[in-house]
Design a protein around this ligand. Sequence first.
Ligand code: URA
Length: 213
Amino acid sequence: MGDWREARTLEELYQAIKDCTRCELARTRTHLVFGVGDPLAEIMFVGEAPGYHEDRQGLPFVGPAGQFLDQLLRSIGLSRDQVYIANTLKCRPPDNRDPLPGELETCTPYLFKQIELINPRIICTLGNHATRTLLRTNTGITQLHGKLIRKNNLVYVPLFHPAAALHKPPLKAVLVDDFLKLGKYLEEERKRWEVMSREPAKVETEPEQMGLF
Ligand code: URA
């Protein structure tokens, strides 16, 4: 395996980490679930960890929660191949237990490398685990969902996990509402990026010659 830190594309990163054995989850996984979608996506979604179906297929969010995510994406005119979807952990924890701190520490550098390569305008953290891990906060999703949060030059919008809404149907409407906000945030971020790209580079220039005579 080449050094994954040197990867210049998602494909190079995938090739470098697909046989990863840096934690115990390598022993029990069927597939490492790298991520899927547009390598130039404007929005990136980050879930917790692959479940049964994801581990079998090697793709994130392909079970019932994924179908609901697809539905939410359609509600703001997006499809799965226009965004990028990944998880905090790339391998399934046995019996879908919560990720262990050591597993997160080992695995999230891969996720941050993906974020660096994709350079999305907005990162949506899905559920408490992804939100706490990426934003390094103890504040829960109930308080943070639907808010736009800027941190370390990245823009986050925490959302309830689609699986949570399947268990608690009142959360479905909250997610639908937050996706509408997400559509608006995306418009605003597009404008902000446009303005930034037009701003002159901040370099020291010679003071202009004054026409004294
Ligand atoms: N739940 C997640 O957090 N990620 C998946 O990929 C599937 C279900």
